[in-house]
Design a protein around this ligand. Structure first.
Ligand SMILES: COc1ccc(CNS(=O)(=O)c2ccc(S(N)(=O)=O)s2)cc1
Ligand SMILES: [Zn+2]
Length: 260
């Protein structure tokens, strides 16, 4: 029984065999077409107040590179935008391609970005993360697009410098004194819609907040990300690339924009 992944025998087309939610009506990611988006003047700005001391470790779980935060109390929280109340930051991770022309999960007006960074937050009114997964307002994910350019954002460097310590599956390293809000682009403009985890178990518990302005990374930084391996240290190197789910049916959902 192969665990889910992104290969032909365990990839997105087969996830529904073990995770029936994968065929739900509110799945993510989706393609966003500006002509179908509705500007909602009632959408307020979102605010993140993160404690750099909440950052704990960075790990390679064979499917992504993930930074984990202390979410045992309201220490690093996201508020506002489409959200009611304060959502606790639990982890951030990325999805990327095997080349710079693809890799993001959400696609904007036909454009695929080289990568997409997800900051996962959960609603403490549901007790714990496992409880929040079962609620439509349980989880909020901020998505930031990464574009390859000439003036790379220095802040992503901190994450990529750690890559050498977590090359293989299961490797974990301390990752402290890190405030992920330095990764935010200048503009606060965003799209928001209701969807799901883009990986199994694909629960439909996510309020997506996708930032309109991409951040820039260098080609070398993308190559660094692609040097991670899906396999453990005593196994053959299997480049960790193309860990993105293709767009899912919108099924009548409305995507709202905070901007005109
Ligand atoms: C029942 O046990 C569970 C249930 C659910 C999870 C997934 N939760 S998670 O935060 O690791 C995420 C996976 C995918 C995310 S995406 N690409 O949509 O931002 S977030 C873990 C354990
Ligand atoms: Zn993700």
């Amino acid at each position: 029984q192969s665990v889910w992944g992104y290969d032909s025998d365990n990839g997105p087309e087969r996830w529904h065999e073990n995770y029936p939610m994968a065929k739900g009506d509110k799945q993510s990611p989706i393609e966003i077409n500006s002509k179908d988006v509705r500007h909602d003047a009632s959408l307020t700005p979102w605010h993140a107040s993160y404690d750099p001391g909440a950052a704990k470790t960075i790990l390679n779980n064979g499917r992504t590179c993930r930074v984990v935060f202390d979410d045992t109390f309201d220490r690093s929280v996201l508020r506002g935008g489409p959200l009611t109340g304060a959502y606790r930051l639990r982890q951030l991770h990325l999805h990327w391609g095997s080349s710079d022309d693809h890799g993001s999960e959400h696609i904007i007006d036909g454009e695929k970005y080289a990568a997409e960074l997800h900051m996962v937050h959960w609603n403490p009114k549901h007790g714990n993360f496992a409880g929040a997964l079962k609620q439509p307002d349980g989880v909020a994910v901020v998505g930031i697009f990464l574009k390859v350019g000439k003036t790379p954002k220095a802040e992503i460097k901190r994450i990529l410098e750690e890559i050498d310590n977590i090359k293989t599956k299961g490797k974990e390293a301390p990752f402290q004194h890190f405030d992920p809000s330095i990764l935010f682009p200048k503009s606060r403009d965003y799209w928001t819609y209701h969807g799901s985890f883009t990986t199994p178990p694909c629960e439909e518990c996510i309020t997506w907040i996708l930032l309109r302005e991409p951040i820039e990374v260098s080609a070398d930084q993308m190559a660094k990300l692609r040097s991670l391996s899906k396999n453990g240290e005593n196994e053959p190197v299997n480049p960790l690339v193309d860990n993105w789910r293709p767009p899912q049916p919108v099924k009548g959902r409305i995507v709202r924009a905070s901007f005109k």
